[in-house]
Write a protein that binds this ligand. Structure first.
Ligand code: SF4
Length: 222
């Protein structure tokens, strides 16, 4: 099938449970979630005028995307991004496209696969992804409904927290949805805000959870 590729580059995962791991990041175009604090707004819309013909034309932080088959994506990764052992599929909301063929092909060429999803679409369910990070947008007024079957696949539940009221929503979420017994629960301060950071640190200490810091932003990495 054809995937809408917005960007592809080697990075060190900056946040979440796999922070510090070298990864080739595959950013897919398109997201219908519309989070108010989104920092990848260029990936939201799938507009024909932004479709380009080559991967080179799509690369970078912009709204351009190129349609590529899973085989072409895998070949590009193998040829240009040999170092990392992990491929990170992110977006946009990558699960708005069916990920099964892509996951199968990336496994075939030897990569382990991590996924970042908001939990609002099913394209990554039951396809054998090695590490699923679900980041539910619990304080987003525009948010689409969360899907229980996606939440239940999470190896990592990562919540963005800006204020006390967000923690109540985290508790509500955890009381509402079934999730794996060994899923890691992470709190990530909203936009590096110092008050939010202090709140997250205190809470993970009290609850035995884990802190997620956007280290790439402190290091000025993509
Ligand atoms: S789901 Fe991700 S890409 Fe989509 S609006 Fe929210 S933060 Fe942005």
């Amino acid at each position: 099938m054809l995937y809408r590729v917005n960007n592809l580059y080697t990075c060190v995962q900056g946040e979440g449970a796999l922070a510090g791991t070298a990864m080739v990041l595959l950013r897919l175009q398109g997201c219908e979630v519309g989070c108010v604090w989104c920092d990848t707004g260029e990936t939201w819309f799938v507009r024909n005028e932004n479709k380009v013909n080559t991967l080179e034309q799509a690369l970078g932080t912009n709204a351009h995307y190129v349609e590529m088959s899973e085989q072409d994506i895998a070949q590009s990764i193998v040829e240009r991004h040999k170092g990392p052992k992990w491929a990170l599929i992110t977006g946009g909301e990558p699960t708005e496209q069916p990920l099964n063929p892509l996951v199968t092909e990336l496994h075939r060429v030897g990569y382990r696969i991590a996924l970042e999803t908001s939990g609002t679409a099913k394209g990554g369910v039951g396809v054998g992804i090695d590490w699923v990070c679900v980041s539910p947008k619990i304080d987003n007024p525009n948010s689409k409904a969360l899907l229980p079957e996606v939440i239940f696949e999470a190896d990592e539940l990562k919540f963005i927290v800006g204020k006390e009221a967000d923690l109540e929503k985290v508790d509500q979420f955890l009381a509402t949805f079934r999730y794996k017994e060994n899923a890691q629960i992470l709190l990530q301060p909203l936009s590096l805000n110092p008050k939010a950071t202090k709140l997250c640190i205190e809470t993970v200490q009290n609850r035995g959870w884990r802190l997620s810091i956007q280290t790439h932003k402190y290091l000025d990495l993509p």
